[in-house]
Design a protein around this ligand. Structure first.
Ligand SMILES: Nc1ncnc2c1ncn2[C@@H]1O[C@H](COP(=O)(O)OP(=O)(O)OP(=O)(O)O)[C@@H](O)[C@H]1O
Ligand SMILES: [Mg+2]
Length: 237
């Protein structure tokens, strides 16, 4: 299958400090790729680089088009939806307002109403809480809202930064099930950054392991999962 996102020789810099050295990976159209790595490996920075939120060099091609010079708003218009670390919802707004703001690139009211219903079909918990202030939702519900906001864009690619962070195992399993459905039913390709390697490797078709700004291993998830070093360092057995 053709690559939807192609990243080659990616370097990223915060001021004088270099955080990515030579990062390369691909996401197939309709695929799920995961980036694994310890704290500080450069996972979040890689997602920021794709959204042009950090100074970088290298090749980032989305659907064959060069993305490196595009401003962040234009990258959103290309229907790349970023669910950042810490979720980025508007805590003082309601669930409904958060979702409607996310659809700001759409002009048609009927279209937005249809999108809301489509999104609520994945997240019935949010529908029950539509007038609740986002800041009063549970951690799991806030993560759901963050993913739901991304879905309101009608994305072709979703960038997810540690959706399992700080959540209880059961809710994490529920969220990962929803992600799989979104991938299959909406044909949304996914780039998943995770510290929970076991879950990420189950969901993704391809995996890349980052260490201090370098890709140190990559392959089909089934192969990476069985690698001895990965098992010891990331899966704990
Ligand atoms: N705004 C910043 N200014 C300077 N250095 C930064 C900044 N953000 C990140 N870094 C550095 O870049 C490196 C990669 O950070 P990044 O946040 O991408 O790691 P990560 O893999 O997402 O880690 P974690 O699992 O802890 O979220 C780290 O050494 C970090 O200290
Ligand atoms: Mg991070």
């Amino acid at each position: 299958m053709a690559a939807l996102l192609e990243v080659k020789g990616l370097k990223a810099f915060y001021g004088q400090t270099q955080s990515l050295y030579d990062v390369g990976f691909e996401i197939e159209t309709g695929g799920i790729t995961t980036l694994l790595g310890a704290n500080g490996a450069g996972k979040t920075t890689t997602l920021r680089a794709i959204c042009n939120m950090v100074r970088c060099e290298g090749v980032i091609r989305f659907d064959g088009k060069d993305m490196t010079k595009l401003p962040t708003e234009e990258i959103v218009r290309q229907r790349i939806a970023h669910v950042p670390e810490g979720r980025g919802t508007f805590t003082t707004l309601t669930v409904d307002e958060n979702l409607r703001i996310a659809a700001y690139t759409r002009r048609d009211k009927a279209g937005v109403a249809r999108e809301l219903e489509r999104v609520f079909a994945y997240f019935p918990r949010l529908k029950e809480r539509v007038q609740q202030q986002a800041g009063t939702l549970s951690g799991g519900e806030q993560q759901m809202l963050a993913i739901a906001r991304a879905l309101m864009l009608g994305p072709r690619l979703m960038l997810l930064d540690e959706p399992s962070f700080g959540l209880a195992p059961l809710i994490v399993v529920e969220i990962f099930r929803i992600l799989r459905r979104i991938n299959e039913e909406e044909k949304v390709s996914i780039l998943l950054v995770e510290q929970n390697a076991a879950l990420a490797l189950d969901l993704a078709d391809h995996a890349y392991v980052l260490e201090t700004g370098h890709v140190v291993m990559s392959g089909p998830s089934s192969v990476v999962k069985n690698d001895e070093n990965i098992r010891k360092s990331y899966l704990g057995y």
